[in-house]
Write a protein that binds this ligand. Structure first.
Ligand code: MN
Length: 214
């Protein structure tokens, strides 16, 4: 498994060589100084002399994330400070039995996933409104092009998990349902009733179902 995963990373890094989404780097390293008050496109670098291995290291993808939430899924991001300016990032997504990573987009990155465990129904929708979908299982890879709406759904009675790589240090995420029905302040009901061609009661029901649990 480790060897396969290493190959996957090498393949992904090779692809990145020809299509980097984030601005290219001007220095060897630019470990994020998360305490800096100056805002730049990314993060200010801390003094390279103070960089340590810990800035480039993360153990959080080794074990499953908690999936006891509304959607039955959890994304764990490996956004370590050392990633700043490097144009890549990695995440792990875990799924409870029946869990879904609901339709969302990453405005700044293409995503490539590798299934660690289980079986998932995955897909994305193009700007021509064509659904590209497939059922993928352990050891298989699927790609979600930059900016397109996509999802991963576990229809099985057992858990599933995947590793996701992005060609951005900060891929960003817009959840379609939450963006429209759980924004602060709220998107006005009449925007949503006209958009979805339903009544106010139906809009309010979705809003209350998606509201953060107290
Ligand atoms: Mn995604």
């Amino acid at each position: 498994m480790a060897a396969v995963f290493a190959l996957f990373l090498v393949a992904f890094a090779t692809v990145l060589g020809s299509s980097v989404a984030d601005p290219d780097m001007l220095e060897d390293i630019c470990v994020a100084d998360l305490t800096a008050t100056v805002k730049v496109n990314g993060f200010v670098c801390k003094d390279a002399a103070n960089a340590t291995a810990e800035d480039f290291f993360f153990t959080g993808l080794a074990k499953p994330g908690l999936t006891n939430n509304t959607f039955g899924s959890m994304a764990t991001l490996a956004n370590v400070p050392g990633l700043n300016t490097l144009g890549v990032s990695l995440a792990r997504i875990d799924f409870a039995p029946g869990g879904i990573n609901p339709p969302h987009t990453h405005p700044r990155a293409t995503e490539i996933v590798y299934v660690l465990e289980g079986e998932l129904d995955v897909g994305f929708i193009t700007t021509a409104n064509k659904l590209i979908r497939k059922t993928i299982k352990q050891g298989e890879v699927f790609v979600f092009p930059k900016g397109l709406v996509h999802f991963q759904n576990n229809n099985e009675k057992s858990p599933a998990s995947m590793i996701a790589a992005f060609n951005s240090q900060l891929q960003g995420r817009l959840d379609i349902a939450l963006t429209l029905f759980a924004a602060t302040p709220e998107v006005l009901d009449n925007v949503l009733t006209k958009t979805f061609q339903v009544g106010t009661k139906q809009v309010d029901k979705i809003k209350s179902n998606l509201a953060p649990k107290a």
